[in-house]
Design a protein around this ligand. Structure first.
Ligand SMILES: NC(=O)c1ccc[n+]([C@@H]2O[C@H](COP(=O)([O-])OP(=O)(O)OC[C@H]3O[C@@H](n4cnc5c(N)ncnc54)[C@H](O)[C@@H]3O)[C@@H](O)[C@H]2O)c1
Length: 384
C-alpha cells in the first residue's frame, strides 16, 4: 500500500517531542513537509527528521498533491486559517488541542470540516492511551453486565431495589502540575483552556451522557476545580493545581459506577474493584524506558524511574530533562487517524467529538469569570 504523504505545520516542542518522531516511526507515512515560521526551528527539524521539503509558507503544502494529511501543531491561537486552508485543499487534518478558544472559531471549524468531509483528529491523546482504553473496556463491560464479585458488604442482599444513582457515573480527575514547567504563552492563557480540555475529554469518555452544566472555582490560570454535570445524573470533577510537583505522578482518575471502582493511576496502572473476573491491578510500561534494569512496572516502577532520572539530572547538571513518561496515547491516536484515512471509519477524536469537551471548557471559563456560578451547556454549543 502506498504511504500517506504527511506535513507537520508548527514544529515546536510538541512536534519535535511527539509528532515528528511518531510520523517517522509509522511505517505507512512519508514525511514530505515541515513548516514553521521560525527559520532556526526549520533548520533543526530538517536535520533531525529529514522531511523532503521545508517551508515557512503553508500554502505551498496546500497546493502539493503529494501531501494528503497535515498535522497542525502550532500554538492554539493559530487554528482556523490553517484548518480552513488545508480542509478546502482536501487534506486530512490532525490538530493539537484545544481545537478552538472561542465558540465562533469552533463553529467555523466544525462547518468547514463537515463540508469538506476530510478525516479530522484532535490531539486529546489520552483517550487513546492503553490504560484509558483498558479502563473504558472494563467500565463498559460492567455497564452492559453489572455482575458483582462474590464478596460485597451488602446489608440488603440481591433483592434490594435499584437506586437511580447506581446508573450514573462519578468521575474524579486529579491533576498535579508544575506552573514553572509551562511556556510563557501557555500559562498566559491559563491551564483551564490549555490543559483542562484533555481532562474534560476524558470525563466525556467515561460518561456517555450529555453535559448540561459546568461550574468552576478558582482561577483560569492555575488552581481550579471544575464540576461537570451530565443529563443522566453523572458528575465529573476536575481538581487541578499548577502548584504541585513533577516529583509526584501528575494524573489520577477515579471512576465509580454501580458498585464498581476503577482507578487509573498516572496511566501507569489500573486498579479495579467490584467487577467480577477483573484483576485488582494491571500495569502499563513507560514510554522509551531509559531504566530497563528497573524491573518494577506500574506506579512502583514509575516512582523508581522518577527517582533515578532525578539523580541523573542532578549529576549531569541538566534539570530540564523530564523523567520517563507514561504512554499518553500520542502514537495510538496518530495510528487511528491514518487507519481512518486509509480504510474509512470515524476517528477516535474527530473535531465533532472534541467540540464537546471544548464547549465544556469554554463554558467553564464563563463560570470562572462569574465567580463560580453554574453555566448551562446546550447541545448547540458543540454542533452546527
Ligand atoms: N497533546 C499534548 O500532549 C500536548 C502537549 C503539549 C502541547 N500541546 C499543544 O501543542 C501545540 C503546540 O505546542 P508547543 O508546546 O509545541 O508550542 P511551541 O511554541 O513550542 O511550538 C509552536 C510552533 O508553531 C510555530 N508556528 C506558529 N504559527 C505558525 C504558522 N502560522 N505556521 C507555521 N508555524 C507556526 C511556532 O514558530 C512554533 O515553532 C499547542 O496547541 C499545545 O497546546 C499538546
Amino acid at each position: 500500500m502506498d504511504k500517506v504523504g504527511v506535513a507537520v505545520v508548527g514544529c515546536g516542542m510538541m512536534a519535535q517531542a511527539f509528532h515528528l518522531p511518531n510520523v517517522k516511526k509509522h511505517l505507512g507515512l512519508d514525511l514530505i513537509w515541515c513548516c514553521d515560521l521560525d527559520a532556526q526551528t526549520l533548520r533543526q527539524v530538517k536535520e533531525k527528521f529529514q522531511p523532503r521539503r521545508v517551508t515557512t509558507d503553508a500554502t505551498e503544502i496546500a497546493s502539493d498533491p503529494a501531501c494528503q494529511a497535515v498535522i497542525i501543531s502550532t500554538t492554539h491561537t493559530v487554528r482556523f486559517p490553517l484548518i480552513e486552508l488545508f480542509a478546502r485543499a482536501g487534506k486530512h487534518i490532525y490538530v493539537e488541542k484545544p481545537v478552538a478558544d472561542t465558540f465562533d472559531e469552533m463553529k467555523k471549524i466544525l462547518h468547514v470540516c463537515g463540508e469538506t468531509g476530510i478525516k479530522t483528529q484532535v490531539g486529546h491523546n489520552r483517550r487513546a492511551a492503553p490504560a484509558v482504553r483498558y479502563a473504558l473496556r472494563v467500565l463498559n463491560k460492567h455497564r452492559s453486565n453489572p455482575a458483582a464479585p462474590k464478596w460485597r458488604f451488602d446489608r440488603e442482599g440481591p433483592d434490594r431495589p435499584t437506586l437511580e444513582g447506581e446508573k450514573s457515573t462519578m468521575v474524579l480527575l486529579r491533576v498535579n502540575d508544575d506552573y514553572w514547567s509551562w511556556k510563557k504563552w501557555a500559562f498566559a492563557h491559563g491551564a483551564l483552556i490549555n490543559e483542562m480540555t484533555h481532562f474534560a475529554d476524558l470525563a466525556c469518555c467515561f460518561i456517555p451522557s450529555r453535559p448540561v452544566r459546568v461550574s468552576t472555582l478558582g482561577s483560569r490560570i492555575a488552581n481550579h476545580v471544575v464540576t461537570i454535570e451530565y443529563e443522566d445524573g453523572s458528575i465529573a470533577t476536575i481538581f487541578a493545581t499548577a502548584f504541585g510537583s513533577f516529583g509526584y505522578p501528575k494524573e489520577l482518575i477515579e471512576i465509580y459506577h454501580n458498585g464498581a471502582a476503577i482507578i487509573v493511576d498516572h496511566l501507569m496502572e489500573v486498579r479495579v474493584a467490584g467487577i467480577v473476573g477483573e484483576p485488582f491491578r494491571t500495569t502499563f510500561s513507560v514510554l522509551n524506558d531509559r531504566h530497563p534494569h528497573i524491573a518494577d512496572q506500574g506506579i512502583e516502577g514509575y516512582y523508581k524511574r522518577v527517582l533515578a532520572s532525578q539523580l541523573e539530572a542532578l549529576e549531569s547538571g541538566d534539570t530540564s530533562l523530564l523523567p520517563e513518561q507514561p504512554d499518553k496515547g500520542h502514537f495510538a491516536l496518530l495510528e487511528d487517524w491514518i487507519d481512518c484515512i486509509r480504510n474509512g471509519g470515524h476517528p477516535l477524536c474527530s473535531v465533532d467529538i472534541a467540540a464537546v469537551p471544548t464547549a465544556i471548557i469554554l463554558r467553564a471559563l464563563e463560570s470562572e469569570a462569574a465567580g463560580g456560578l453554574p453555566v448551562d451547556i446546550d447541545s448547540s454549543d458543540y454542533s452546527v
